[in-house]
Design a protein. Structure first.
Lengths: 195, 710
């Protein structure tokens, strides 16, 4: 069986990922009497509120997820009105460190969106930090990459790309001429003749 | 840049004018089907691109209820950070006459200027036509997700089309523009090289070759004579001595021709005289006693003929006698044989008549027969010998007669030939103007005189030819000098032109290498940029998470045979095999897959300056989990893009309003309610959702961003 990430590694990874993504986080959170529940990790940002719970076996998860959800709802409802839009931004991440018995049970839990959105992470997704963080992706900011707002100029990269075909200096002369709305061929010719 | 206003009239579902203030981060279009939501989106597309490419026919998008038969859409755009609004207006009438106008800081751009300006606004590109050829396509694949064509990019576009579109999006268009500029420039460059070759170099080369060919035919050295003029004068004097008619007005060539003619005439004359002399000499050598010899021969022939007749008569007589002897001899032989037989059997009594006879006398009588036969034989032999001698004499006489006849014939032939020669001689003498009695000695004298003259003429001709050759060579030498000077000038000109052409060709070769390099460089840049999109595609797909096992997306850009291709796959990490998404995913999963790719492309457009995302009813077949995933993605996109999203579903609208609500004072959310539609257009109502401060669940002492590492 493939070794899965340990609980402490999972907690560190989750805390780091949420923290880096702008969440406020709380570990070892002990709620008041009404909640009577200890979550492994709680996180909150402008977009929502996340409760995370780790289970060692699938049976434990199946038995306990409903209570965990109820605790999370109670916890949120202490601060946020049930009619407020933010009340609908609660997520419950349920992590199971052992293989699951029946996939349909997992889908059934996830499809139940009546109270909070449930995201189940199974042992298959705990094989590495990258795979695990990918399963939390929908809670994290979307990395759109560096290209969205930058204005890369492919022309600037050409002299190097064309190095095998044309002397980079010559390429640059042609590209500069083109940018200045001059004839790149005349520029090349002039450079060749003068050299 | 974002959209801040839409002013639409006469366009598709908007017969009447309606103006929408779009200054919001999120615009939700909500209403039942057929109330104008798609027309709203299409109006933006048409105004900015001039095309709605999902319509198979290029129908003019004028509303059937347009009052003035015209469609007019204005979109006002603005930099995200503020700045002056720019109004883009496109209108078209039923004739198809279209007009684009842009108003920017009170400056109006129209016609081609407006197209160029719009191109710069949207792409910041030099090549207006190329960009606009793809703008509609680009718009509908990465900006505006049309409800009917959600999976177009995955299902309808082939790998090459996808690559082209993504290349455009990746900004490779600039490189392709450069390549196109170089290619068209190179075509002209090559024409120019050909022009220099054909109009300048080829004529000079032809002239040079002509001059060289002319020079090669000319001698470079004159004949070594001290003075060609003196030689010429001497020749002329001598020529005039022989042919007085050759005065100074004759050229050397004419003089030489006249001298040659004269020499040829003399040669012909002397040949004639030699022939006459020969005939005359042959006549004189012939024996003139032919008649006497003929007479003697006739007498001999006559005598021998008579003698031959006598011999023939004698032979006839002897032959007759011999014949008679042969006859008698035959009878004698038979009688002798019978007598011999009778003698052998003779007795005293006759066996026939049985009479008695004298045996002795009978024997004597029988012996007479034998003697008679012997006598005949002897006479025959003698006569045969005599006849042989007569015949030998006759043959000998006949041979002599034949010999005499031959001698006579020869003499007669010689006589005839002599007559002919005599006639010929007479005739030729007459032709030559000579008397018939001219002697052989006189003829020989004349022949000798002709030979002397011919020799003088030949010597003179030789002298004249030498003088003439010397003069010609002298002339050629001066021509050669001129041609060599010309050759030198042309050579210099050719060298200059060839150097120019070599330099131009070197540039052409460099440009060709440049173009070749650009081809692969553009593919490489596009491939690299496309592959940069792949992780984002994966991140978005993971958030929507439509499939329990096929969780990995692949966007593979390849460069095959100089052509770029983009293929889109889905993968189960446990199978590790790239598969076509179509056969694997259900319709709703495929929609989620397509929406993920669309959003990835939308977020990755680096060179399209309009930061908007338009989704026309993306709800189709998406289940609630996928929808929640999609909305979560949109929440994360909201800081980067102005979002336009339409739906007919009230719960989805509610979800959008909750999830995409403003999270700070600066953010705005607009919901446009499409409540009804009539021939006047949709009945719309705009509702803005303001930002409301919200409570937090976690207490303020919770770990804040960044503190975890500390």
């Amino acid at each position: 069986m493939t070794e899965v990430l340990s609980e402490s590694v999972l907690m560190s990874l989750t805390a780091e990922a949420f923290s880096d993504s702008g969440y406020s986080i709380k570990r070892e959170f002990i709620s008041d009497e009404n909640v009577s529940r200890k979550f492994d990790l709680l996180a909150e940002d402008d977009f929502g509120f996340v409760g995370l719970e780790i289970y060692n076996t699938w049976e434990e998860l199946v038995r306990g997820w409903s209570d965990t959800q109820a605790s999370l709802v109670r916890l949120v409802s202490q601060k946020i009105a049930r009619t407020a839009p933010r009340f609908f931004d609660a997520y419950l991440v349920l992590i199971c460190r052992s293989p699951i018995n029946e996939n349909y049970e997992k889908f059934e839990i996830e499809r139940d969106t009546n109270r909070v959105r449930k995201i189940i992470v199974t042992s298959e997704e705990l094989i590495s930090s990258a795979v695990y963080l990918r399963s939390l992706g929908q809670l994290l900011p979307l990395e759109v990459g560096a290209k969205l707002d930058e204005k890369p100029d492919p022309l600037e990269t050409l002299p190097d790309l064309l190095r095998d075909n044309v002397d980079p200096e010559l390429s640059k002369i042609a590209i500069d001429a083109y940018k200045d709305l001059q004839s790149p061929i005349e520029a090349i010719h002039k450079a060749l003749v003068s050299s | 840049m974002r959209l801040c206003e839409l002013d639409v009239m006469g366009f598709r579902g908007f017969p009447e004018r309606q103006i929408f203030d779009l200054s919001s981060d999120v615009v939700i279009l909500f209403g039942p089907n057929g109330t104008g939501k798609t027309s709203f989106m299409d109006a933006i597309l048409w105004c900015l691109s001039g095309d709605i490419d999902r319509f198979s026919t290029k129908d003019i998008p004028i509303s059937k209820y347009s009052r003035d038969g015209m469609a007019r859409v204005s979109v006002t755009i603005q930099e995200m950070s503020g700045g002056d609004p720019i109004e883009i207006t496109r209108k078209v009438d039923r004739t198809g006459a279209e007009e684009l106008r842009i108003v920017e800081r009170e400056v109006i751009f129209a016609k081609d200027d407006a197209v160029a300006r719009l191109s710069r606004l949207l792409f910041d590109s030099q090549n207006v036509n190329q960009e606009f050829a793809t703008v509609s396509h680009l718009f509908t694949r990465s900006v505006y997700l049309q409800q009917d064509l959600m999976r177009e990019f995955i299902e309808a576009d082939n790998p090459s089309n996808r690559f082209e579109l993504l290349s455009e999006m990746a900004g490779v268009g600039t490189i392709l523009e450069l390549k196109s500029t170089l290619e068209s420039g190179r075509t002209e460059w090559r024409k120019n090289i050909k022009r220099i070759q054909s109009d300048k170099l080829d004529p000079v080369l032809a002239r040079y070759e002509y001059v060289s060919a002319r020079a090669s035919t000319l001698s470079s050295s004159a004949i070594k004579t001290p003075n060609n003029d003196i030689e010429e004068r001497a020749f002329r004097l001598k020529a005039a001595q022989i042919l007085p008619s050759l005065d100074a007005k004759f050229s050397l060539e004419d003089m030489l021709t006249s001298l040659s003619r004269s020499r040829n005439a003399d040669t012909r004359s002397v040949d004639y005289l030699i022939e006459i002399s020969g005939i005359k000499r042959s006549i004189e050598e012939i024996d003139l006693d032919i008649p006497e010899r003929l007479s003697s021969l006739d007498a001999q022939i006559k005598a021998k003929t008579e003698e031959l007749s006598k011999l023939e008569l004698q032979i006839g007589k002897t032959t007759k006698e011999l014949g008679e002897l042969y006859l008698g001899r035959s009878q004698g032989e038979r009688l002798s044989l019978m007598a011999d037989i009778a003698s052998d059997h003779l007795t005293g009594r006759c066996p026939v008549c049985n009479q008695e006879h004298d045996l002795h006398a009978s024997t004597k009588n029988l012996e007479k027969y034998s003697l008679y036969e012997q006598d005949l034989t002897s006479k025959t032999i003698s006569l045969e010998e005599e006849l042989g001698g007569l015949r030998g004499a006759m043959e000998s006489l006949r041979a002599e007669l034949s010999n005499s006849m031959n001698q006579k014939n020869q003499l007669e032939s010689i006589a005839t030939d002599l007559d002919r020669r005599t006639d010929s001689l007479r005739s030729k003498l007459s032709e030559a103007g000579l008397g018939p009695d001219i002697s052989l000695e006189e003829l020989d004298d004349r022949i000798e005189q002709y030979h002397l003259r011919i020799n003088r003429l030949a010597g003179l001709i030789e002298m004249g030819e030498k003088v003439n050759l010397a003069l010609v060579r002298e002339s050629e030498k001066s021509q050669l000098s001129a041609l060599e000077a010309e050759q030198k000038r042309y050579r210099k000109e050719i060298d200059t032109l060839q150097k120019e052409i070599v330099a131009l060709q070197k540039t052409d070769s460099t440009v060709t290498q440049f173009i070749e390099g650009l081809r692969s460089a553009s593919l490489e840049i596009a491939r690299s940029k496309i592959e940069d999109i792949a992780p984002l595609f994966q991140r978005i797909y993971s958030r929507i998470d439509p499939h329990p096992t096929f969780k990995v997306t692949e966007l593979v850009a390849k460069n095959k045979g100089g052509k770029g291709k983009v293929e889109v796959f889905i993968n189960d990490p446990n199978l590790d095999e790239n598969l076509e998404a179509g056969p694997i995913l259900s319709s709703s999963q495929l929609n989620a897959f397509a929406v993920s790719l669309f959003l990835a492309l939308n977020l990755s457009i680096p060179n399209f300056k309009l930061n908007i995302t338009m989704l026309d009813d993306p709800l189709q077949n998406l289940d609630k989990l996928n929808l929640l995933g999609l909305v979560d993605v949109l929440r994360r996109i909201k800081p980067h893009k102005q979002i336009f999203i339409s739906t007919h579903d009230e719960r989805f609208k509610g979800l959008l309003e909750r999830k995409l609500r403003p999270t700070n004072e600066a953010e705005k959310l607009l919901t446009v309610f499409f409540e009804d539609w009539s021939t006047d257009g949709p009945k719309t109502r705009c509702v803005r959702k303001p930002f409301h401060s919200e409570n937090r669940v976690l207490p303020s002492e919770s770990i804040t961003p960044g503190s975890i590492n500390a």
